[in-house]
Design a protein around this ligand. Structure first.
Ligand code: MN
Length: 284
């Protein structure tokens, strides 16, 4: 059975830091979350002029997994758990905030000096109640370690989960399928997505042709119904997308800024723990 489309949600521009903005389709006035996915921010493609990097100063997280999927550019991550690492285009950093860390992200120094294109996604994946206070973790996944399935003009880069027997490298706490797809002109592919998984396709470049005959342009989220176990993508001209799907976490969700917990008392505790230094410190 093919999945039908529930709705197509356009991204909205929102400010980030001093002079940056991102396009965000999730959360939106139409949908608060597509569990386990809480937030998707699309940054770029933006041209960084030489000598003008970008920097997101130290801030905390608790109760979920912030994930950076980078298409172009070079980003460095530094956190209070002692992780310092960089990814380049095609790489992914899958962070587990768990009980809490403080981190900063910015352009790698040499990239900032030279300038270039920055383009990527920041995705927040929820954690179930029993894993919200798990110790923080960091998975640095370089481009080369992401397997690529290629057929009929469609490349699928499997970041997490399994497609046709190929498994992605990112370890997750609940079942999550994360795929970066690149469709050549005229390419077409059926992707299997278990019907129990909530799922959406987010177009990062070009225009996708959907089986229903509808089209989805870049910076649009295609929310799929849970009424089938496969989905077709194709394109008339080159296009790229993310397919994100996962077993829903059926629990109350309360979020406040960078903290996502199950009830308001746990949010108060997170604020207190951050202010008292229990999430550690990050010097810049
Ligand atoms: Mn962050």
């Amino acid at each position: 059975m093919k999945r039908t489309i529930k709705s197509i949600i356009p991204a909205k521009k929102k400010p980030l830091g001093d002079n940056m903005s991102v396009d965000s389709p999730l959360p939106s006035p139409f949908v608060r979350q597509i569990s386990p996915f809480l937030m998707l921010d699309h940054f770029g493609p933006n041209q960084i002029t030489p000598g003008n990097g970008f920097y997101v100063p130290p801030h905390p997280h608790r109760g979920f997994e912030p994930v950076t999927i980078l298409f172009e550019g070079e980003i460095e991550h530094h956190d209070s758990a002692g992780n310092r690492a960089a990814i380049a285009g095609g790489g992914v950093q899958w962070m587990t905030a768990g009980s809490g860390f403080i981190h900063s992200e910015g352009a790698v120094e040499s990239f900032a000096k030279a300038g270039g294109t920055i383009h990527g996604i920041q995705l927040w994946v929820n954690l179930p109640r029993e894993k919200k206070m798990t110790p923080p973790g960091y998975q640095n996944i370089q481009r080369e370690s992401i397997p690529v399935l290629e057929s009929s003009g469609v490349k699928l880069r499997i970041i997490s989960g399994e497609v046709d027997g190929t498994e992605g490298p990112a370890k997750t706490f609940t079942p999550v399928l994360a795929i970066h797809g690149i469709v050549s002109a005229g390419g077409s592919k059926t992707i299997r997505v278990p019907s129990s998984f909530n799922a959406f396709v987010y177009v990062t470049r070009g225009t996708l042709l959907l089986a229903s005959g509808e089209r989805a342009d870049a910076k649009h989220l295609v929310w799929l119904s849970n009424d089938g176990d496969e989905f077709d993508v194709s394109a008339e001209t080159e296009a790229e997308f993310l397919l994100l799907a996962g077993e829903p976490i059926d629990e109350p969700m309360v979020s406040y800024g960078p903290f996502v917990m199950n009830d308001p008392a746990e949010i108060m505790q997170a604020v207190e723990d951050y202010q008292s230094g229990a999430m550690g410190y990050l010097e810049e």
